[in-house]
Ligand binder design. Sequence first.
Ligand SMILES: [Zn+2]
Length: 163
Amino acid sequence: MATLRDMVRTYRYVGPPDVHAVAANVTVLREAGDLDGVAGEEAFTFVVDLDGLLRIAPRRSEHVACAGGRDVRAAGEVAFGRGAGGWTVTYASNQSTGYCPDLPSWHALADALDRAGIGRPDGFTEPFVFRRCPACGALNVVREEVYVCALCDADLPRRWNVD
Ligand SMILES: [Zn+2]
C-alpha cells in the first residue's frame, strides 16, 4: 500500500501570470542558525524547492516569487519560535493559492526542517484541502469534509485535482 510519503510530488504554479515578475526577499534555510535575526513573531511565506531546500520570504510575498517562478514540492505559511532546544516550527500550513499543494507535501517540508535541525510538529497545524470544481473550474478550499463547490454546488472529487 502506498504511504503518504510516496505521494510527495511537485506542484506547478496555477495562479495568475502577472505575479511571476515580483521579486521576493528570500532566505534559504540550510541550518537552524539561518533563522537568527530573521524569524520573529510574524509568519513567513515558504516553499520547498525542487532541490528540497526550504525558502522563506516575508508573509505578503507571493509563493511563486519565493520559488523564483519554479515548480515546488511544498508551499504554504510557516512561523518559528525559539525555545530551550533551539528553533522550532510553531505554525505550518499548506495555504498557497498559487500552488494549491496537497496534504502529503508536508513530508517535503518535514524533510527540509529535519535536515536543517529545526524542530517541528507531526503535520500541518492548519491543513488546507484544495480542489478544482470539475463543473465550473473554481478553486475551492474544502471545509469540514463537505466536498461541494461553493460557487455552483457541484460535487468535488476526493482526490487532489488542482492541476
Ligand atoms: Zn463549481
